[in-house]
Design a protein around this ligand. Sequence first.
Ligand code: AMP
Ligand code: ZN
Length: 481
Amino acid sequence: MPSDHRLKLTNTLTRTKEDFVPEDASNVRMYVCGPTVYDYAHIGNARPVVVFDVLNRLLRHLYGADHVTYVRNITDVDDKINARALRDYPALALNEAIARVTQKTADQFHADVKALGCMEPDFEPRATQHIAGMIEMINTLISRGHAYQVAGEVLFDTASMPAYGELSRRNLEDQMAGARVAVDAHKKSPGDFVLWKLSSGDEPGWDSPWGRGRPGWHIECSVMSAHHLGPVFDIHGGGLDLIFPHHENEIAQSCCAHGTKLMAHYWLHNGFLQVEGEKMSKSLGNFITLHDLLETEKVGGRKWPGMAIRLVLLMTQYRQPLDFTEKALEEAEGLLEKWDDLLARAGVTATAGAEPATEFLEAMVDDLNTPRALAVLHGLAREARGGDTASAQALADALVFLGFDLADVRRAVDAGRPAAADPALAARVDALIAERNAAREAKDWGEADRIRDLLAAEGVVLKDTKDKATGLVETSWEMAQ
Ligand code: AMP
Ligand code: ZN
């Protein structure tokens, strides 16, 4: 049953924020371009995965979990994969080497995004499972006059589609002006793109009416999305860089093959992520993979909890550029620790499927305004600190709604506390903090200082933070470095 909250999404097709109206509210359909599996996913790749995971959760809340179909593919046919296979497994037959690279990378991707709290999509098709469908779609495009065979390739004929360029708002003249004619001499128009290309003996290939070859990247998504969601579906997502040429070309193929005006009604694109204010690149040495953050000590000399990474990715609205910094990671980790502490003190656990606080949901349905939603959580935390258990409950429920695994947060908090291994010490420190609080309430400053010094002598550092709104002081502690 659709909820009362009206979802608004910014549609790249129209460049406006629109009311979201699904074709069929009993089956809301979303496709997101997934990873090309040849290397570790980097923190930029994680952004669309987390953003569309949050949208998936929101859609499930609004329309019912059984009424949403979320598809995210795995691109396991790509020349970058072949190159990696040759490099990493020179002794193996190429097929075997490719299988190793794609399986290992896909497994790592799954482990990484699971650590970030992402649900699995309902379907995760792999390009290699859909080659027959691709050959069929290419055949249709040729027979309808939208594709031609030349120089060992089948190309899409962009001039055959008057609406080509609508998503990216590029026209054929723009492309002509920028094209280097010599390179593209075999193409009818410089923007024509590969649907199928022949493979040489040692390259991976499948038999087709045009010879043994392999598909281009764009046709993969047109076929996999149609297979699971039909020729026209509701939402298509990915990063900003995919608008052109990838999504433009998906639209061209799908609309021309199916004879439809649209491929998807709403096209959503996340903004790009930078690292410490700079474009992330291997040559700048600021290239960060999820594996680096989660499993190694490459960033800041330590491992980072997946939940803190998730929070950093949600602190910025998905369409905005995001600056990923170590400081933001620390801030996110500190926030989760504070919230975990509050929830533990209030003794609340989240209720799965609970209706979240209205203000929170209003921010979420407003084009996934996660920073505004997080501001609502700050307010709830303030009230919870003042003793309001209902607010603590709302905070827990909203965190779970956003995909935070509270047990995971607790484990990360415990792991970050050196004394966690020593519960006796933790209990003693907590008891002394309580005594110190009582002394302070009684304005017995001498006693309060004595307790602080006593703990300091044992290497326990107390930190008091005053909540500006409530005036309440909260004391946390850590072991001196
Ligand atoms: P790729 O494997 O390069 O096709 O990228 C997979 C997904 O990650 C696509 O949706 C890209 O748009 C997205 N992506 C790649 N780099 C970044 C980045 N720096 N910031 C945000 N999204 C990115
Ligand atoms: Zn795609």
